[in-house]
Design a protein around this ligand. Sequence first.
Ligand SMILES: Cc1cc2nc3c(=O)[nH]c(=O)nc-3n(C[C@H](O)[C@H](O)[C@H](O)COP(=O)(O)O)c2cc1C
Length: 191
Amino acid sequence: MTRSADHPIHPQFLTRHSPRAFASTQMSEGQMHQLLEAARWAPSASNNQPWRAAYGLRGDAGFAHIAATLADFNAVWAPKAAGLIAWASRSVVTRDGADTPNAWAGFDAGAAWGYLALQAQEMGMISHAMGGFDAAKLAASLHMPSDFTLHAVIAVGYLGDAADLPEALSAREAPNGRGAVGTWAAKGNFA
Ligand SMILES: Cc1cc2nc3c(=O)[nH]c(=O)nc-3n(C[C@H](O)[C@H](O)[C@H](O)COP(=O)(O)O)c2cc1C
């Protein structure tokens, strides 16, 4: 489908989507840092910046660790990405030596991932978040501290040929749609 907005917005919001067809093109460490830099500037509660990330570039050990934890339905396409990022947040804030829960950690980590996704697009790259992975295995293989929560694995790289995907997935490469704003936002209250 062709995406169209009901109200005028920047075209980046319509153009970004989550393909599964990745080209074999590699990405550099510098490009990965550009993506993470965009995430860095996301807003967060009390500017706590609770997002945490561990990444690998295809061919290195970090990438292999993340790829090995993907659910089967992601393992058929995501290991072709140029980079994989384990996206997490620190669920507590340390003040005066004491840890208190950060109720907004997941909210803030989500905002930061959104910034990363839009930066990828700005750089002519693609991104695709995944919830389908073995979180316990990933946390262990990445030596994740116990006060972190894993949210997603993010595949980043360059758009490839949809014809290289299994048929069931190539049919789903086209950008999908959204419910109209009026189906989830209302003036005055939630009813
Ligand atoms: C937290 C999260 C988890 C997701 N998990 C998966 C996944 O495991 N596998 C997959 O193929 N896509 C996954 N997606 C991609 C969504 O299906 C996709 O973002 C959604 O259909 C909207 O499409 P778009 O990103 O192309 O606009 C996930 C997206 C998010 C944000």
